[in-house]
Write a protein that binds this ligand. Structure first.
Ligand code: NAG
Ligand code: NAG
Ligand code: NAG
Ligand code: NAG
Ligand code: NAG
Ligand code: NAG
Ligand code: NAG
Ligand code: NAG
Length: 512
């Protein structure tokens, strides 16, 4: 049983909000920083740095708002795009016109860069560039050789120690419990109806489940999209279920290529889908022994697996990957360095910020520590779950298993039976390499009245798959609260290699 927040608690807390909540002052965003077809607003909000300390220093959250198409708006929807470790403002700004359609145009769309991302509480466990570069270069996928697993494990201990020594204060403040409280602080400051409307993607679904279980009376409509199994996120030695469908996406690269005819460069090799897939597995094994030198940089196993994993996020990246694979298989890669240059040491150092944020946030949230044998067993399970992805997760898993910094406020709930007032809409893609639809069904079981909308396409999260049906179903949910009928599948999805884009979908909807 839950109390109706609206009827019983609203007057009192409204009063409290008026007395206590700071307001957000919005100004037009810097268009160099957030280029966009629509004018966005930017603002900051001071929240407690440490919610467990009544005397806490403030922390300035940086927010971005995409205004509703219709005025007056029905309030705000808050977004988190996952990682963890990804800044949110740029993503919201970039996808603003699409999210306006997906939410029916009646809501303001708001995102803040979560703690540990963007300019907010950034940290590094290493104090100089050489150590940072070493950290990055040692983050090898464990199956690159039969001696790497132990090295990755030993390195995880070094990383955990460095984070304890150099960043323990900051990392203890990055937990999802605090980000959940930040979401509620933003809702308070928005001064609307005191309820959180929320759209979380990927890790953002774990955050959504977390905030809903901590504040069930404060939740209005919620979309959980590209679902991570939150039980595994907190309580597993590794995230395993996430990769359930990754190898199906790998196969899909080739089956859909055949369907695409001339539009897919791999077809110049005259192979069947099965032959292409086998050729690329063989390539992945061969390149361990014979990495390619392009004169001033190397492309080897880690780079190839990384490129494939990166392209899995969205079919818009598949044509370039297919070009890379074509020349690799044809033995003519050396003639096309421009397809392979990953930016060298400078790019490694730049990327390290996001990688460290991901590890810092995930590991401080994770409750389980493990021995080498337990880690090794989890890695075996990962290899069995996904040949394409399994070993790419080894460094993060090794870091978290030996993590030494605890959160100021650990998550104490169990994420079962979360009773919120509005039914939750859950979205899972048929072939999502990062978050399987199995986890969408798993999280659905925790929200009694929820439904799962299945988007029948390839990519991570619904935003990666242009579809008129998704816009119709999801905008109906936001404008009327009506869930899709049980078992609904959106089949009108963009096909790989066919250059079917959101621009086309918006045009079909008469939006722009
Ligand atoms: C806008 O952002 C750019 C890039 O960060 C910066 O160089 C410029 O000074 C900013 N402009 C204003 C008015 O703050
Ligand atoms: C949402 O706002 C529109 C006007 O923009 C209004 O007509 C409608 O009644 C509002 N819906 C709700 C549920 O408040
Ligand atoms: C935690 O960080 C502080 C600096 O913020 C440092 O002085 C202290 O040594 C660190 N603690 C440990 C156990 O390394
Ligand atoms: C593929 O088949 C076409 C048409 O039969 C042929 O012209 C071409 O040389 C073949 N390419 C390869 C790489 O075998
Ligand atoms: C494959 O290699 C041959 C030369 O060995 C070259 O003529 C052909 O253009 C290459 N095909 C592609 C698709 O790069
Ligand atoms: C690991 O590497 C070995 C040797 O190259 C290969 O046979 C095996 O398929 C790989 N396993 C996974 C899960 O990547
Ligand atoms: C959800 O996943 C967790 C962790 O894998 C598992 O323990 C639980 O039984 C699952 N729940 C359902 C309903 O499948
Ligand atoms: C894809 O379509 C867009 C228009 O939607 C067009 O501008 C672009 O050139 C196309 N790209 C390719 C590779 O066909």
């Amino acid at each position: 049983m839950i109390l109706s927040y609206r009827t019983l608690l609203l007057p009192l807390s409204l009063l409290a909000a008026v007395l206590a909540s700071p307001q957000i002052s919005w100004n037009p965003c810097n268009e160099t920083e957030f280029p966009s077809a629509i004018p966005n607003d930017c603002g900051t909000l001071e929240v407690p740095l440490d919610y467990t300390d009544p005397e806490s220093k403030p922390l300035a959250l940086e927010l971005l708002r995409v205004p509703a198409l219709v005025r007056p708006s029905n309030g705000s929807i808050l977004f988190n795009f996952g990682g963890p470790g990804e800044a949110a403002r740029g993503t919201l700004s970039g996808y603003g016109p699409i999210f306006q359609q997906l939410t029916g145009g009646q809501y303001d769309l708001v995102a803040f860069d979560p703690r540990g991302t963007g300019n907010t509480l950034l940290f590094s466990c290493y104090t100089n560039e050489l150590d940072i570069l070493t950290y990055m270069l040692e983050r090898n996928p464990a199956n690159v050789s039969d001696t790497t697993l132990g090295r990755v494990w030993a390195r995880g201990d070094v990383n955990a120690n460095a984070c304890l020594q150099n960043a323990n204060e900051t990392i203890s403040l990055l937990s999802s419990t605090f980000v959940a409280r930040d979401l509620i602080s933003v809702v308070d400051a928005l001064g609307e109806d005191e309820l959180l409307r929320y759209w979380g993607t990927s890790y953002g679904t774990t955050l959504g489940a977390t905030v809903a279980s901590m504040f069930p009376g404060r939740i209005d409509k919620m979309v959980l999209d590209g679902v991570q199994n939150p039980h595994e996120y907190y309580n597993g030695v590794a995230d395993i279920e996430k990769w359930t469908d990754s190898d199906k996406v790998f196969s899909g690269l080739f089956t859909t290529c055949i369907d695409a005819g001339e539009r897919c460069p791999l077809n110049t090799l005259n192979q069947t889908a099965e032959e292409l897939e086998q050729s690329v597995w063989d390539l992945i094994d061969d390149i361990k022994y014979y990495p390619i030198s392009f004169g001033d940089f190397i492309f080897g196993y880690s780079e190839l697996k990384g490129a494939i994993a990166q392209a899995f996020y969205a079919i818009s990246a598949w044509p370039i990957l297919a070009e890379q694979l074509t020349v690799l298989l044809n033995g003519t890669a050396e003639d096309h360095p421009e397809l392979f240059n990953t930016g060298g040491a400078a790019s490694q150092v730049a990327t390290s910020t996001t990688i460290q944020s991901l590890a810092g946030i995930h590991c401080v949230d994770r409750k389980v520590r493990a021995s080498f044998d337990e880690f090794s067993a989890a890695m075996e399970e990962l290899y069995d779950t996904s040949r394409s992805y399994g070993d790419l997760t080894s460094a993060l898993t090794a870091d978290c298993a030996q993590w030494k910094v605890d959160p100021r406020e650990p998550y104490e709930g169990n994420l079962h039976n979360i009773e919120v007032e509005s039914p939750v809409l859950i979205i899972g893609n048929t072939w999502d390499s990062q978050t399987s639809i199995v986890s969408a069904r798993n999280i659905s079981a925790s929200f009694p009245d929820s439904e799962v909308l299945q988007v029948h396409g390839y990519g991570h999260g619904s935003i990666s798959i242009p579809s008129v049906c998704t816009v119709k179903e999801v905008s109906t949910y936001w404008t009327t609260g009506k869930l899709p009928e049980s078992g609904r599948v959106c089949k009108d999805t963009a096909r790989p290699y066919m250059n079917e884009t959101w621009a086309g979908v918006l045009e079909e909807l008469g939006a722009r």
